[in-house]
Design a protein around this ligand. Structure first.
Ligand code: HEM
Length: 150
């Protein structure tokens, strides 16, 4: 069975560069390329964290976090998830969020900020949908009280 990109994060295995989340009508180009590559991803990550830090329910999680590194890691992770080059070297999602005790409601808010950012940046609706699907797939790795599949 082929591992999805999202699942690859729980094991630390980067997996084969297969197109497990097909982009409808993309003509073979990855979602990463279609939205404008590294610059577009970096712009999205900057705007996303502005929203998250300004959210009174979420800002506290990042009070002691070094945000430049955080932005870089999320950008590299999104790049990989959207079918761009895989150079992510941070922790897996489960490792990074273990101990933070993140409830579902906060996960949903963060997801909403990410999707809202993409819409604000005019990312094509099918790519926004692809990210929504990924958010559903990785939720168990981030939210407290869920156990990773073995
Ligand atoms: C799909 C959703 C999410 C993704 C893709 C994501 C991605 C990441 C990444 C790539 C890192 C850096 C890992 C590293 O530096 O090695 C990280 C760390 C972190 N994330 Fe998330 N995250 C998500 C959801 C959330 C949520 C919902 C919260 C809080 C409500 C959150 C809070 C944090 C915090 C506080 C850190 C820093 C932890 C530390 O430095 O010890 N994340 N996340």
């Amino acid at each position: 069975m082929t591992e999805t990109r999202a699942e690859a994060f729980s094991s630390g295995d980067t997996g084969a560069p297969d197109r497990d989340v097909p982009v409808p009508g993309s003509g073979g180009e990855s979602a990463y390329e279609r939205i404008g590559g590294a610059e577009a991803v970096q712009a999205a990550v900057r705007l996303f964290y502005e929203r998250v830090l300004a959210d009174p329910d979420l800002g506290g999680y990042f009070e002691t976090v070094e945000m430049a590194g955080q932005r870089r890691h999320l950008a590299l992770m999104l790049t990989m998830l959207l079918g761009g080059p895989d150079t992510y070297s941070g922790r897996g999602l489960a490792d990074a969020h273990r101990g933070l005790n993140i409830p579902r409601v906060h996960y949903a808010k963060v997801g909403g900020h990410l999707l809202g950012t993409l819409v604000e940046l005019d990312v094509p609706p099918d790519v926004v949908h692809q990210v929504r699907v990924l958010l559903d797939q990785v939720e168990p790795q981030v939210v407290a009280g869920r156990v990773d599949p073995v």
